[in-house]
Design a protein around this ligand. Structure first.
Ligand SMILES: Cc1cc2nc3c(=O)[nH]c(=O)nc-3n(C[C@H](O)[C@H](O)[C@H](O)COP(=O)(O)OP(=O)(O)OC[C@H]3O[C@@H](n4cnc5c(N)ncnc54)[C@H](O)[C@@H]3O)c2cc1C
Length: 601
């Protein structure tokens, strides 16, 4: 095992991103956050850091090695999780960002997201119990009636019960319009639920007395497709009288996963004995719309989790590269000279710098997206709120997919830096690589995200969102210019913004002339080039902030800011130039895979 400490996330970096780049402390100027100050933010971060490093991280490997077990119809989790869960609840993140009416303290999401990132970096599947429960409770808070809120939301937000998102069925994964689980109305006001769900994370465990499944199902006689899907609360045990009674929710199996092995993902069977009660959330047939509001939140959190997982592996690789001696400098002639640490080799530094650029670029974007969510809810004017909502909507597929796809590449580079040791389970990088892969799959695969970005957000939504993004890029360019960032970097990013806008208009033209398939053919390449631009914009901000700080630097952090400038240079000089080639693929609708017939494979 490695003989160096792994910080998982760099505290200086998180502080730099929050305060020097994003000026999160200014959020308290908004009336919704007036109760807070930088002290409350820092206190939460400090507590989350300690919990992550001292409690969650030591349990990561044992939990990976001994996944939950199913016996006599019930799932038991790793014993460490029993010690961790109450501490996670105590930290208060379950509802910190909710208003007092929901038991929360109106903490900005920007801050709770940063705190959650530490937990995710330390032990992603342990943190999963928290954000799944928050997401499920938030659905009830947003769309449930008062009775549902009183009965279910409160015990979920205080950690007495956990929650799940029960969407997926064997025939309905990416295509949720094909959900078959049924809901039959009864005279008692509840519905009888029948059907099967698969991959439900946290769907069974022995941590709490109850589990509340936010479930998509079809009311008898509902129209086919997406407009016939409704949302239900389906508890494992339902409150009746003074206690809880069995609600006919069975665990039919556990999925044997390659990662995220600390949290069970299970197959649930509802209503085998005809006694599974479901309680409608909101109006009939509007389930997908409700779920989408929550899925957008979840997608940002997947991006955070991906950045955090790549961050843990990146820091492990840096620590290893500093202490692993191997080989000598290119051109060294004395074979008896001592070996040098591999961090001295330029190619190892290439792998480390690429990881740094991906990790810190993705983390910056995740926190920026959370800040837009805060502004969308609490900015002073309706225009400012609308503007932030527009940006959040546009950036969500990018924040999710960039961190997941490039995070996986970063995780693979961490294995590579470890050489053969990275390929063994005595070292941790392979475990983070396995964990990371999930992030390109759940909450909408990368292919699905790319269609959402190009089809729905960039084209069908009109040009307002993209125009707003270009304004934000221009603002970052102005900041960078004032701070003394190289003009070539600024021009590269603003030029790329104009090129992406031009390409989007061209692709929109294909759809206008009736050829949607041509527009969408290279949607994944579009997502890629769009992400390169967006991360370039984040690095321009970071370069500007680093220059601003270097100007008055007296805290001995010069190396930290120089590292930031090098990573910005790396992204802007090696990634931004890839945009024209990717754009040409999209524009020309290069048709190799479109022509490929299934029989030709
Ligand atoms: C560990 C784990 C945990 C999970 N947790 C949960 C959970 O808590 N709750 C829950 O409800 N679900 C959960 N899921 C399910 C997850 O959301 C689905 O696996 C995911 O949505 C993909 O669905 P699928 O597996 O059926 O793949 P499919 O939808 O069959 O997709 C297979 C491939 O086809 C592509 N594809 C599919 N449709 C299209 C299309 N229209 N156009 C182009 N490409 C397409 C996809 O991009 C993908 O590459 C979890 C999954 C895993 C692995």
């Amino acid at each position: 095992m490695a003989d160096h400490d792994n910080p998982l996330l760099d505290d200086r970096d998180v502080d730099f991103l929050l305060y020097d780049v994003l000026h999160a402390e200014r959020l308290v100027e908004l009336s919704g956050f007036a109760e807070h100050g930088r002290e409350t933010f820092d206190l939460l971060l400090k507590t989350a850091r300690r919990l992550a490093r001292e409690v969650l991280y030591p349990a990561f490997k044992p939990m990976d090695e001994a996944p939950p077990k199913l016996a006599q119809g019930r799932v038991t989790v790793h014993p460490s999780m029993h010690a961790i869960y109450p501490k996670l609840v105590e930290l208060g993140l379950l509802n910190a960002s909710r208003p007092a009416a929901a038991g929360g303290i109106d903490l900005p999401l920007t801050i709770s997201t940063a705190a959650l990132a530490y937990l995710m970096a330390a032990n992603g599947s342990a943190a999963g119990f928290v954000f799944l429960t928050t997401g499920a409770a938030h659905l009830i808070e947003a769309f449930g009636d008062e009775a549902l809120k009183a009965t279910y939301m409160r015990p979920m937000y205080d950690g007495t019960w956990t929650g799940t998102m029960a969407l997926t069925e064997p025939q309905a994964g990416s295509s949720l319009s094909d959900v078959k689980t049924t809901a039959t109305p009864t005279a008692g006001g509840h519905y009888l639920i029948r059907g099967s769900k698969t991959f439900i994370s946290g769907g069974d465990h022995d941590l709490t007395e109850n589990i509340v499944n936010l479930t998509l199902a079809r009311i008898d006689g509902a129209p086919p497709g997406i407009k016939g899907v409704s949302l239900f609360v389906v508890p494992r045990r339902r409150p009746e009288g003074a206690g809880l009674v069995d609600n006919d929710v069975q665990t039919a199996g556990v999925i044997h996963k390659i990662g995220w092995r600390g949290i069970p993902s299970v197959i649930l069977s509802f209503g085998e004995a005809g006694g599974c009660h479901g309680f409608l959330v909101g109006e009939p047939h509007k389930g997908i719309g409700y779920m989408f509001q929550m899925m957008n939140e979840a997608r940002i959190l997947v991006g955070v989790s991906a950045a955090a997982t790549a961050s843990a592996a990146y820091h492990e690789a840096v620590g290893y590269a500093r202490v692993r001696p191997q080989g000598r400098k290119v051109g060294a002639r004395d074979p008896a000279a001592p070996q040098i640490p591999i961090i001295e080799h330029a190619d190892v530094r290439r792998m480390l710098l690429r990881q740094k650029a991906i990790v810190e670029g993705a983390l910056c974007l995740s926190l920026a997206a959370s800040r837009y969510a805060d502004l969308a809810a609490h900015a002073a004017t309706p225009e400012a709120r609308k503007r932030s909502a527009l940006l959040l909507d546009l950036l969500t597929p990018v924040a999710k997919s960039f961190a997941a796809e490039k995070g996986f590449e970063a995780n693979a580079l961490s294995v590579q830096v470890h050489g053969g040791y990275g390929y063994s389970s005595e070292y941790l990088p392979e475990a983070w690589l396995r964990d990371q892969k999930l992030n390109t799959i759940h909450e909408g695969t990368t292919g699905i995200q790319s269609m959402d970005l190009l089809g729905r957000k960039a084209v069908a939504g009109g040009d307002a969102a993209l125009a707003t993004l270009l304004e934000e890029i221009a603002e970052a360019a102005g900041r960078a210019r004032r701070a003394g960032v190289a003009t070539t970097w600024i021009d590269a990013v603003t030029g790329a913004g104009a090129a992406v806008a031009g390409l989007t208009a061209e692709l929109g033209g294909y759809a206008m002339s009736g050829d949607v398939e041509k527009m969408m053919l290279h949607s994944v390449d579009y997502l890629e080039l769009f992400s390169v631009l967006v991360i370039g914009w984040q690095w321009l901000h970071q370069a500007a902030a680093a220059r601003e700080q270097l100007a008055g630097e007296d805290r001995g952090l010069g190396d930290f800011y120089e590292g930031k400038l090098c990573a910005a240079q790396y992204w802007i000089s090696t990634e931004i130039p890839r945009i024209p080639a990717l754009a040409e693929l999209c524009r020309s609708a290069e048709d190799s895979y479109a022509r490929m017939k299934p029989a030709w494979f």
